[in-house]
Ligand binder design. Sequence first.
Ligand SMILES: [Zn+2]
Length: 132
Amino acid sequence: MSRRDRTFAEIAAEAKAAPKHERTVRPGGFNVNGELFDPSGHLLSRIGEVSPKRAQELVADGALVAFEGCGCGGSVGCETEWIEPGVLGILASSRPRFVKGHGSPTWIDLWEGDAGLALYAHGDVEWGGLLA
Ligand SMILES: [Zn+2]
């Protein structure tokens, strides 16, 4: 059967069977749909806000750490930056503090993906002298 012989019903059935639109993976950032990925490209889902004390414990257990400094949440205003894995030990040995800074909305979220947990520090978080 040539292409032009196909009926609308056949074409519609074919379109329905086709795989769904592929997710756009943006390693280390948000895609256009507001989905966040770790630096290796694993999709993350937000678990919720955690305390500075809990954040320190989670880093000691191997969680990754991302941050953005303006408090926008990361999907609209600025780029998400990730702490180098070699520096995470410094964070594990000190508790993050919410400082006055620029007066930005400030909080820490926990995210989870196939490769493990990731903390996302927003706004005026100072941690081990690294973020401010
Ligand atoms: Zn921001």
